[in-house]
Write a protein that binds this ligand. Structure first.
Ligand SMILES: [Zn+2]
Length: 476
């Protein structure tokens, strides 16, 4: 007996209950499950395969610009965190602390890394002696723990996976260049791999990373108009070099503090992928990151030659490097259509006796729901070209949504009504922290990234001279 598949009926309505729709999708597509400890998640194979594809793409980009991978311990002496004043203030509320181990109370508490600036800088201080040792550029792929109050799978989880890059340079310019270079890589990952268009730029003083001189970020806009910080790149100046004592002998033989940066992207991006592309049928994955790019579904598989032809096409596509799955289980074709649509597989090929007779496969694209025939003769070539087209089409559609989401606003009241209307406001602001807090209190509207510096206007909230034009929105 084929198992029931009423997935679409079980999904919350994407327009009226977007948050519930999201939770339904990530759970029902087997991407993730809740962990036993509240706020933690189990990333299941289908979700993890997306992460692996993302990781492979980003890791290659990092290595192309000379970054090396390493691994640092998860446990950090509590005293390390306290060395950088702003850093400890920013992270202390969400740090998990280990007080006992091996049956004894520890002489010094250990924290589970919420991020690794402190421990990595400590090690760098030991290794860096002279300008000849610089730059140092290391990245690690690891987990971090942040005890968040409200959680949601992928978007805000108490333990998540990420990469964190940490560098030290001998001068400010090179460090600033690194910050921009890594931000550009994040834009590349978001736009070219995930088909997620982003706003990128500098964060305000209020929203910068705890301990940074400047934070740059990429922001994606979800289908419900909320923003998601999807990656950050920080210029740390000499702040961490001073608190960890990273000094080097410069060419003149004088001791100088290094200039450092850090940058990261995480499993949050998977949440963005769901929220930017999904629809009433469930997930919709861009081919470049999809664990299964093409699913082959035999029709009337008991008829002679059907399964054989399906296997032949499967092998052909596999040999061309396409991630293909042949589902020859005894579920009905209809069940399979629903299953792979809900899982966001970009393309399905149906092959039955009539198709074989006509020398074709019936193709259905997940992005536009179009059904058409592809000749079996040159199936690999046409599948590849369809996949490229799906990728480009998904990006173009998401880009259109992003552009339609941004509204220029000239007053605070207008900003609130624009955000209530599921959009993002672009407005002039004075740059004062207190004024930004005034906007946030009671509205939950925050600045995202700075669009441009401009002192020729007035702040939408306090009426003082503007410092910049900045995107405002509600967030995940
Ligand atoms: Zn103001």
């Amino acid at each position: 007996v084929a198992k029931e598949n009423n997935f679409v009926k079980e999904l919350a309505d994407i327009n009226s209950e977007f948050a519930q729709w999201y939770t339904d999708v990530v759970l029902k597509t087997d991407m993730v499950d809740y962990g036993p400890v509240k706020g933690t998640m189990v990333i299941k194979p289908y979700g993890f395969a997306i992460w692996e594809n993302l990781k492979a793409y980003a890791d290659k980009k990092f290595k192309e610009v000379g970054v090396e991978n390493a691994y640092f311990p998860m446990l950090i002496p509590e005293s390390y965190l306290k060395r950088e004043a702003e850093h400890v203030e920013g992270f202390a509320p969400e740090v998990a602390v280990v007080t006992h181990a091996g049956g004894d109370k520890l002489a010094e508490n250990l924290i589970i890394r919420p991020t690794s600036e402190t421990i990595i800088c400590e090690m760098y201080a030991k290794w860096i002696k002279s300008y000849r040792d610089l730059p140092v550029r290391m990245n690690q792929w690891c987990n971090v723990v942040r005890w968040e109050k409200t959680t949601r799978p992928f978007l805000r989880s108490r333990e998540f996976l990420w990469q964190e890059g940490h560098t030290v340079y001998s001068n400010e310019n090179d460090a600033q260049d690194d910050v921009k270079r890594m931000l550009d890589i994040y834009v590349d990952v978001a736009e070219n791999l995930l088909a997620i268009p982003v706003l990128s730029g500098r964060k305000t003083e209020k929203e910068k990373f705890a301990g940074a001189v400047a934070t740059y970020g990429i922001e994606a806009i979800m289908k419900d108009g909320k923003c998601l910080q999807a990656g950050t790149s920080h210029y740390l100046g000499q702040n961490f070099a001073k608190s960890s004592n990273i000094r080097f002998l410069n060419k003149s033989g004088e001791l100088e503090y290094g200039y450092s940066t850090s940058w990261g992207i995480s499993t949050r991006l998977i949440g963005a992928l769901v929220m930017v592309h999904g629809d009433e049928r469930g997930l919709k994955l861009p081919p470049r990151v999809a664990p299964i790019q093409v699913v082959i579904i035999p029709v009337a598989s008991h008829k002679e030659g059907v399964i054989e032809k399906c296997r032949e096409v499967e092998q052909l596509l596999l040999s061309e490097g396409i991630r293909v799955k042949l589902d020859d289980s005894d579920n009905t074709p209809g069940w399979k259509f629903n299953e792979y649509e809900m899982k966001g597989v970009p393309m399905r090929l149906e092959i039955g006796p009539r198709d074989i007779e006509n020398g074709v496969a019936t193709c259905v694209r997940r992005d536009v729901h179009e059904k058409f025939s592809l000749k079996l003769d040159d199936i690999a070539t046409s599948v590849k070209s369809e996949l490229t087209d799906i990728q480009n089409n998904m990006f173009a559609l998401a880009k259109q949504n992003l552009e339609n989401s941004i509204v220029e606003v000239n007053s605070f009241d207008q900003l609130v009504s624009v955000c209530d209307d599921k959009k993002v406001g672009l407005a002039y602001h004075c740059g004062e922290k207190e004024c930004e807090v005034d906007i946030k209190d009671g509205t939950a509207i925050k600045t995202r990234v700075i669009n441009c510096y401009d002192e020729n206007h007035t702040c939408i909230k306090c009426g003082k001279k503007s410092k910049y034009r900045v995107y405002f929105g509600r967030q995940y």
